[in-house]
Write a protein that binds this ligand. Sequence first.
Ligand code: HEM
Length: 461
Amino acid sequence: MNAPISNQDFIPADLPEPTFRDLAHLPGMEPVRFKLLRTLKFLANPLGKSRELVAQYGNIFRRQDLGGWGVSLIGPEANEMVLFNKDKVFSSDLGWTPILHLLFPRGLMLMDFEEHRIHRKTLSVAFKTEPMRHYFAQLDEGITRGLAKWPRGASFKFYPTIKALTLDLAATSFLGVPWGPEAQKINKAFCDMVAASVAVIRKPLPFTAMKRGVDGRAFMSAYFAREIPKRRGQTGDDIFTQVCNATNESGELLTDQEIIDHMNFLMMAAHDTTTSSISSIAWCLAKHPEWQDRIREEIAGIRARHGALSYETLGEMNVTEMVFKEAMRLIPPVPSMPRRALRDFTFGNHVVPAGAHIGINQMMTHRLPEYWPNPEQYDPTRFTPENSRGRHKYAWVPFGGGAHMCLGQHFAYMQVKMFFFALLEGHRIVSDTPLGDVESDFSMFPIPKPKDGLPVRIEAL
Ligand code: HEM
């Protein structure tokens, strides 16, 4: 499929790179000589540091890191302006390219406007009701098989264990590969790519994570290239086969290279985010066991009414959904979203120049007390229909918003609900160590994870 309109048609060739002087009229950081030190300090505690910056400067400020100067925007109004992007001022491609380009080029988030619309619509077939029903069946089998192997009563680290399980699940539902040695090889290559996308050393030098990532990409790309001809014209129940046969508005199939790029990106977008959110929920539930009991009551109700959980009855897991939403408010798996301004724009009383690197910070928006009273408190009832009524649509954006809103969010809800249904029905999660708060227990960047891997026990009831 050759998209008629490319990003380049929208992006000025001479887009400037704003310096401190161009941003000097904004509140914010002063220049320092040791940018690396400043960046490392931020990365050591992004939540605490962001809190300080918002308290000091407000909802728009200039910031400096290793990559140069940028502008942070906080709050629902900023989220709406940037994500809804009514006037097509903000480029997602130019925001994400410095981070993802080497390993995940030409993924959906690295496209803009008309080209993005066409590709997104084409890929959407893989997330319609019928394919989702098939993924439900595959996830059901995979979760049951995976959980059966988890230790009972003995301590283990939740984070690496769920990470391994979500990878195994991806092999079947994303690729249609049966669980076994081939899936293991794919998993390894894929893990190397994801690790490299957030590595500090950005060049594929020997023995670095980036080199392993680039090799992983070559392995995955060769795998997809070999498989595409076998999947074309087939009716498979996995995302890969759906994408191989998806057509655009003109009835054209995606090219082989487009399929390779979309599949690599889709797997990356799905994996660490789901792993992060399930770990955060487990942390919240271990800290607030009364919510485990409430989920268990919900499960018992579904059993009593329907016998088993099905794709249709997922919608009845309202308590689990609130628990999930509140965990993602406190610990959003994508803590910030980068964009680049293609033209000057105004926010509040401030004019921000074209070319500026913009950061939406949902980690902080999700803690603004005017929308979230007592923000550090874990309280899933914030998401009852009554309590949600009237809240700004962009006050809670763990899945983003506007044209680039997460394409896999229903898949994520499904997987999370199925996992906790299977885990909590006959078991409870107990933390093996005293739990602190988000700031002490999680490293938030680039994707949040428990600092100690979250040692827990799964106890039979
Ligand atoms: C809890 C789990 C997840 C979270 C929190 C999450 C979050 C996000 C966010 C914030 C974005 C938008 C980024 C931006 O606008 O800059 C996004 C985009 C995307 N996500 Fe997810 N995601 C999750 C799971 C998934 C899954 C399971 C899939 C696939 C099955 C997926 C596929 C995608 C894709 C394809 C995009 C790009 C959409 C576009 O650019 O049009 N995500 N996700």
